[in-house]
Write a protein that binds this ligand. Structure first.
Ligand code: FES
Length: 138
């Protein structure tokens, strides 16, 4: 095996400790509260700001429903922000209209595919049912 002789662009001007510190600074923590089927133990993940809560969940193995493929046309990705609701951008009219149809709507409800993670940590509850499950069983 040949050793790499190129100077490392990162370590040449900062220590690894500084790199890790900087990486830590830009990650946002999301706590997903336990959900019987989707994440029975709950989960704590770290993501970069700018990603939607839905994508953050999916990329970390939390299979939140997203029937319209995240195009703001269903309510299956409904979540409730137990912490951090006020740090998110406001929902637009389309999202508000869809949320009205969500099962278990609360004042801190959002569609996770439309909610972009900022720099503040979040605590997210995935409701027990989605509108699809309710209409299938009733
Ligand atoms: S996945 Fe359909 S509105 Fe979010």
């Amino acid at each position: 095996m040949r050793a790499c002789r190129k100077p490392c662009p990162v370590t040449s001007w900062m220590s690894l400790n500084e790199v890790f510190t900087q990486v830590d600074e830009v990650m946002t923590q999301i706590i997903f509260l336990p959900h019987e089927e989707i994440c029975p133990e709950g989960a704590v993940i770290e993501v970069e700001p700018g990603i939607s809560i839905c994508d953050a969940a999916l990329r970390n193995g939390i299979e939140i429903e997203h029937a319209c493929e995240k195009s703001c046309a269903c309510t299956t990705c409904h979540v409730i922000l137990r912490e951090g609701f006020d740090t998110l951008d406001e929902a637009d009219e389309t999202e508000e209209d869809l949320l009205d149809k969500a099962w278990g709507l609360e004042p801190e409800s959002r569609l996770s595919c439309q909610s972009m993670v900022g720099e503040e940590d979040l605590v997210v509850e995935i409701p027990k049912y989605t509108i699809n499950m309710v209409s299938e069983h009733h």
